[in-house]
Ligand binder design. Structure first.
Ligand SMILES: Cc1cc2nc3c(=O)[nH]c(=O)nc-3n(C[C@H](O)[C@H](O)[C@H](O)COP(=O)(O)O)c2cc1C
Length: 412
């Protein structure tokens, strides 16, 4: 039997090899221990994925600033955070020959109002989620000094990730978070050096990548996750994304992941606000394939992939790596099963509710539930009630939000 190209190693520009082409995409674990630090749950969860045979694990997004979290169970890594839990996390992920990179992020305006912090953004443009908009507060436009601080924070978090033993970092520049807000003309209305033209809108991303590269040792992986588009009228377009890739070609990235969408237009879940139809599987493949012709760094695409033939089609399109999120939450041993010749397909939760925002939250809650199960040594559950998952997720979020607010109050 010939070996599937999916199980061929990949030599990255930093000189290090990945054992195969399958990557666990970033999924926020929401499992932080008090102090927003990783505890033993992270070790169990990542050891499970490592045993499953995936070549590279991208962690769920880790926050560069304790004042700005994507959710109250999120992990924070700042210049003075204790590293023990991070060391144990990286070590557990590396037990079977795969690499682990930390995804690093600042959410900008995508911070829940209940967190009780001031949300910063390129411009004072609030999220529009229709009747659910009040979940998020109105952001304040950042000053130049705050932009410089954010860049320094990304660099500090990356340096500490290297100290803790991670193999690399991925800068989150997708999904409507801060860097993605700077990239999009809908959220970036600035008329200084950080807004307007595409090079100005991309300046924060480029400066963060440069600062991160300057802060980490040689051979440490540096990547980014970029939207192929916002999928919103007047937003960050595919032509913009192509230009950003051309800018990034000069920055020596080891990996560029292509995704799409934001909270307002969740294309990463296969749904868009502007009504565009995405492919049923491998949502962003067509775009990734076009970019493969101009990108000098290895590309990866994530979104909707659950079957080996689709993973093979991604590689045949000139894309170097295949990102799997939901599939590895449902079936963590999928890579090993594919390698053993099993035609395994990971199930996808399908929540067909009328309220798209609630359906999206319930889908996320169902997937997150599987991470919580694996984190305590249980197997994922193939199915479950989306309503129950959403209700228990909301309870949990409320409890963790109280804990976060008490922690922040004590820090102040
Ligand atoms: C529970 C959950 C948490 C996620 N957290 C993150 C995250 O922290 N960072 C990120 O870039 N993407 C995150 N994503 C998006 C995934 O990385 C991926 O882009 C998306 O789920 C589409 O891929 P899939 O169809 O293979 O799941 C998350 C997705 C889910 C379901």
């Amino acid at each position: 039997m010939s070996v599937s190209p999916v199980f061929q190693p990949l030599l990255l520009p930093n000189g290090r090899s990945l054992p195969n082409r399958l990557v666990k995409a970033a999924m926020e674990e929401g499992l932080a221990a008090p102090g927003q630090l990783p505890g033993p749950e992270f070790e169990r969860l990542y050891r499970t994925w490592a045993e499953g045979g995936v070549g590279l694990m991208l962690t769920g997004n880790v926050m560069v600033d304790a004042r700005a979290l994507t959710g109250p169970g999120g992990v924070v890594l700042e210049a003075s955070s204790p590293l023990e839990g991070f060391r144990a996390w990286a070590g557990a992920a590396q037990t079977h020959g795969g690499q682990v990179w930390m995804q690093i992020n600042h959410p900008g305006r995508q911070v829940l109002a209940a967190m009780g912090e001031v949300a910063l953004a390129p411009s004072a443009v609030a999220l529009d989620l229709g009747k659910h908009s009040a979940m998020f507060g109105s952001p304040r436009a950042m000053t130049e000094a705050e932009i410089a601080e954010v860049i320094a924070r990304f660099a500090a978090t990356a340096r500490r990730a290297a100290e803790a033993g991670f193999d690399g970092v991925q800068v989150h520049a997708a999904h409507g978070y801060l860097i993605s807000q700077f990239l999009s003309p809908l959220t970036n209305r600035r008329n200084d050096a950080w807004g307007g033209s595409l090079p100005n809108r991309a300046r924060l991303l480029v400066e963060v990548v440069r600062a991160v590269k300057a802060a980490v040792p040689a051979g440490f992986g540096v990547g980014a996750k970029l939207n192929s588009a916002d999928f919103q009228r007047g937003g960050f377009s595919e032509a913009d994304a192509r230009e950003v890739v051309l800018l990034l070609n000069a920055e020596g990235l080891d990996l560029l992941e292509l995704s799409g969408g934001s909270y307002e237009s969740p294309a990463m879940q296969g749904r868009t606000a502007d009504g565009r139809t995405l492919a049923r599987e491998a949502y962003f493949l067509e775009f990734a394939q076009q970019l493969a012709a101009v990108a000098t760094m290895p590309l990866m695409t994530t979104g909707g992939i659950t079957r080996l033939p689709v993973a093979e089609q991604v590689l045949a399109s000139g894309v170097a790596l295949v990102g799997l999120g939901t599939a590895l939450a449902m079936v963590p041993e999928l890579p090993r099963r594919w390698q053993a010749g099993e035609p395994a397909v990971a199930p996808r939760p399908d929540v067909a509710w009328k309220d798209k925002a609630l359906a999206s939250l319930a889908t996320m809650a169902l997937v997150r539930r599987q991470l919580q199960r694996m984190a305590v040594g249980r197997a994922p559950q193939g199915s479950g009630s989306p309503l129950w998952a959403l209700i228990t997720d909301q309870w949990r979020t409320r409890r963790l939000t109280r804990r976060y607010r008490a922690w922040r109050a004590a820090a102040r």
